[in-house]
Design a protein around this ligand. Structure first.
Ligand code: ZN
Ligand code: ZN
Length: 276
């Protein structure tokens, strides 16, 4: 079996494509086209057009979490697709905020109302549980925090009754492709940790080998200790393709590139690959 992965938008871009702070990845498996996230704005749709990808033919949308840089392009995609199932965790609708510094806190959630998106064709399937999409593809559902060293950043907040609290990012999920060559894990931001995400994928499928992890790893502010432990755990999982994007950051990317050598690549806008 094969899995086709096309990155429509990312913080950096291949020749001719747009880049923006955000992520959108199209996964094709079992003859089904799954769009994971939609970037921050119109750029994912623009790049898809450049690549000759017809977004009116996507079968499902999965939202990795409710932050604007993954959901802001949803309306543009729906304008092309019309009615489509959108799989996500119910907490995507929490009032997400981000603290820039002592004074500046801004809204960082979905920049549309649910009604607006539903009127454009979004059919939300909101659940904390994993969702089986095809014979080989499923979402993780809510990801348990088990590694002991991965933490959610404390500047990510949620507003409840006018008060800001730390956001547990319970909505953070990933896409798992359970292939005959190992697990392929497609990450949004991995706010709950790349290792927690991969461990959960192992538990859900009963498979040990994590063949590939592709997408955001949220290591851009990771401590030295977290980085080293992440490297050790990914090694133990047998990772053979590590395509980092988005919130991985330069320092973590450099460390992972040094460690994983040819298995490592920068997964940016315009990247197309077929696994294995
Ligand atoms: Zn995020
Ligand atoms: Zn993000």
């Amino acid at each position: 079996m094969e899995v086709d992965i096309t990155t429509l938008i990312e913080n950096t871009a291949n020749y001719g494509f747009l880049a923006e702070w955000g992520l959108s990845i199209l996964v094709e498996v079992d003859g089904v086209r799954i769009l994971m996230d939609t970037g921050l704005s119109f750029s994912a749709v623009h790049n898809a057009h450049l690549m000759g990808i017809d977004l009116s033919t996507i079968d499902r949308i999965v939202l990795s979490h409710g932050h604007a840089d993954h959901t802001g392009g949803l309306q543009e995609v729906l304008k092309i697709r019309g009615e489509v199932e959108v799989i996500a965790h119910p907490d995507i609708w929490a009032a997400k905020h981000v603290r820039r510094d002592q004074e500046r806190v801004r809204y960082n959630g979905i920049p549309f109302s649910r009604e607006e998106l539903e009127s454009r064709g979004a059919r939300f399937k909101l659940t904390k549980e994993p969702v089986h999409i095809t014979e080989h593809a499923m979402t993780t559902g809510e990801i348990p925090m088990v590694s002991g060293y991965e933490e959610i950043e404390n500047n990510l907040l949620v507003k409840e009754a006018g008060v800001l609290h730390p956001d547990p990012l319970a909505d953070d999920l990933a896409l798992i492709i359970d292939t005959d060559f190992g697990l392929v894990v497609i990450l949004g931001c991995a706010h709950r940790g790349i290792v927690n995400t991969a461990r959960h994928a192992q538990n859900l499928t009963g498979k040990e080998l994590v063949y590939a992890a592709i997408g955001g790893t949220h290591l851009f502010r990771a401590s030295e200790e977290r980085l080293e432990r992440t490297v050790a755990d990914l090694r133990e999982m047998g990772i053979q393709r590590l395509g980092v994007s988005h919130c991985t950051g330069f320092r973590a990317s450099a460390r992972l590139a040094q460690e994983f050598e040819d298995a490592f690549f920068l997964n940016n806008a315009g990247t197309r690959l077929t696994l294995p």
